[in-house]
Design a protein around this ligand. Structure first.
Ligand code: PEP
Ligand code: MN
Length: 635
């Protein structure tokens, strides 16, 4: 059963509820969500739910109707997102696991690791124990293979996953691996599931050769009820009458499972097809079907692989696959997972500095303009994901700057340009005005508009649609086709909140998916913008005295004015070409109080050799007036 707790539940009451359930033979899991905390109680005994409803702190008790409970969406509505080492799995990320079928030697796995890492994989795979159909086939290097895999992972900064075939290997293997794989042949090896689950580590659970989706979810239930909540489901093809491919990759399982379970689902097109030339199209199809990731067999020399050579990609084929995924992912509202780069490491340091300056009790804050559910809040959450930073809403852009200057906020998230609508000029002026603030980072967010309304609203009954005029115009094809009238509102999240308050089933709002969650609206149509290549770039600003110098930055934002004479701007720009600096953007703004004079804002790539940039800056300073570096940061 699911026990929904009151928002205001006391710790002592919560503890009492848990003890009440556990003393009656139930296993209890606490799930803390954004809006509510629930307890999942599972076990062989069933209780009269009315008894539980009467306990102090309980808001509601809901029986679970599915045979799998901890894995079920009935228990947990939000997608499960967890980390495997530095890699976050689930939600809107596409995580790519790659490597050879088997670890064959130290050199082979290191070569494979370097190749897949270079192309963009984030987790390294490689079997050390190979469950082969023939007892005479290569069985894997065992513990030695685990050692080489770990070494290759450490060398490349990738966490590693490998298959476990026997419960007796678990304690040895946990020293080497970041995630266990349960192979298709062992999906219903319940003793193995119980042992691996009890370690509490991430597990990649392959679907059995002939397993139904329900049997697969029951296997996940074994893992979860034994002690882990970090399970990835992997569709790897099932046995059918078809013989043209090694297995039949059941891609419809992806959306089916995502409806039934909150667990991340990935696709294995290598075992799913058994044929190298079918891997790329089926990998793309897997992501298009909504998968949270892929596992791909890649071998430096597939012709001579000890196992699964015919389905292993050459490293060049894998590179092509990663490029195609890069293009496809945003179209389906996803982002390719990356290993933390210099920017993330620098950011973690920055957050630590701000937390220390504030004292332990207060969480550092990032101010954004708008109300909760706005795209700016999504930008703040994405930029600071993984760090404890609170996003605070302020009414105007200028409030962001004021709050950061006064120290009420540690950072500000400022939209600078949209790839469809262009620059947000007010913010360029504010950047120039607040000389004690600087840019410390940037984040690009895909703008994906959704049509949302109060639950129960029928699409065909919607007459009016509220949103920011820009969002409405970006969705005009859809709205016209559906015969809906556009009504301008001051912002997208504000429109969502208005529609929720009005509780009228003939109106809807266009806003980001988070706004639907905040205001209890239902999404009736996703991604309704005409052009899916719609991104907004935000600058992250902080007080200059809080910015720690970082030599590994790769982007600079500058602002200056030039004398009112022939060739003055072009002589500055030629300094950039003279030093081989790549200019990313040029924007000009009128200088207030000085009619027909302009400030020029320039973004540049900083090359690996930082001294080139420093020399160019010295030269530019001599050619300009009011020269200022707005920020040096990681792009
Ligand atoms: C593997 O990943 O190498 C493997 C043996 O997979 P499966 O269990 O899906 O056959
Ligand atoms: Mn294999």
């Amino acid at each position: 059963m699911i026990i929904v707790l009151h928002n205001t539940v006391e710790d002592a009451d919560k503890q009492h509820i848990k003890e009440y359930l556990e003393s009656r033979g139930l296993k209890v899991r606490e799930i803390v969500g954004d809006k509510e905390t629930v307890l999942g109680a599972v076990g062989p005994v069933s209780l009269d739910i009315r008894q539980v409803e009467l306990l102090p702190g309980v808001a509601q008790v809901i029986p679970i109707s599915k045979p799998y409970k901890l894995a079920s969406r009935e228990l947990k509505k939000e997608d499960t997102v967890f980390d495997v080492g530095p890699v976050t799995i689930g939600g809107n990320r596409v995580c790519v696991i790659a490597g050879p079928c088997a670890v064959e030697s130290r050199e082979q796995i290191i070569e494979a690791a370097l190749a897949v890492k270079k192309a963009g994989a984030v987790i390294l795979r490689g079997g050390a124990f190979k469950p082969r159909t023939s007892p005479y086939a290569f069985q894997g290097l065992g513990e030695e293979g685990c050692k080489y895999l770990k070494e290759a992972g450490e060398l490349t900064g990738m966490p590693v996953v490998t298959e476990i075939v026997s419960p007796s290997d678990a304690d040895m293997m946990k020293e080497y691996v970041d995630m266990f794989q349960i192979g298709a042949r062992n999906m219903q090896n319940f003793e193995l599931l119980k042992k691996v689950g009890s370690l509490g580590m991430p597990v990649l659970l392959k679907r059995g050769l002939s397993a139904t989706i329900q049997e697969w979810l029951m296997a996940a239930e074994y893992l979860m009820s034994s002690g882990t909540d970090k399970v990835i489901l992997c569709e790897r093809g099932i046995r059918t009458f078809e013989t043209m491919t090694r297995n039949t990759l059941d891609l419809s399982a992806v959306p089916v499972v995502q409806k039934l379970s909150h667990l991340p689902v990935i696709v294995d097109p290598s075992h799913g097809t058994g044929l190298r030339n079918k891997v790329l199209p089926m990998a793309l199809a897997g992501v298009a079907a909504g998968a949270n990731g892929l596992t791909i067999e890649v071998h430096p020399d597939p012709e001579n692989a000890s196992s699964d050579g015919p389905q292993s990609l050459y490293p060049e084929q894998f590179e092509k696959l990663m490029c195609d995924l890069e293009t496809l992912s945003p179209v389906v509202g996803k982002e390719i997972s990356r290993l933390p780069d210099k920017r993330h490491l620098a950011l973690a340091e920055e957050v630590k500095t701000h937390s220390a300056a504030k004292g332990k009790e207060t969480v550092p804050k990032a101010a954004f303009q708008g109300i909760h559910g706005a795209y700016s809040e999504l930008a703040a959450k994405t930029y600071f994901s993984g760090s404890e930073v609170e996003a605070v809403a302020v009414p105007h852009f200028s409030d962001i700057f004021r709050n950061v200057l006064s120290g009420d906020a540690d950072w500000g998230i400022v939209p600078l340009e949209n790839s469809v609508a262009g620059s947000i000029l007010e913010n360029y002026d504010l950047l120039n005005r607040y000389v004690d603030l600087g840019i410390v980072g940037e984040i690009k967010v895909r703008i994906r508009h959704n049509l949302m309304a109060v639950p129960g609203t029928k699409l065909e009954n919607i007459k009016k649609v509220y949103s920011h005029p820009q969002a409405l115009s970006q969705c005009s094809d859809y709205l016209e086709k559906e015969g809906m009238e556009s009504v301008s509102f001051f912002d997208t999240a504000g429109a969502a909140s208005h529609v929720a308050e009005a509780a009228d089933t003939t109106i809807a709002a266009v806003a980001g998916a988070d706004a639907a969650g905040y205001y209890g609206l239902e999404i009736l149509a996703e991604g309704i913008e005409t052009n899916p290549h719609n991104y907004t770039r935000f600058a992250v600003i902080a007080r200059k005295d809080m910015i720690s110098p970082d030599k590994s930055v790769d982007k600079a934002s500058l602002v200056f004015s030039v004398a009112d004479e022939a060739g003055s701007l072009s002589s500055c720009l030629s300094v950039f070409s003279e030093y081989g600096l790549n200019m990313k953007k040029l924007e000009s703004r009128p200088i207030h109080g000085k009619p027909w004079s302009y400030m020029f804002y320039i973004d540049l790539d900083i090359p690996e050799d930082r001294s080139v940039f420093d020399q160019a800056v010295e030269k530019i300073k001599t050619l300009t007036e009011d020269f200022r570096i707005l920020g040096l940061y990681h792009s």
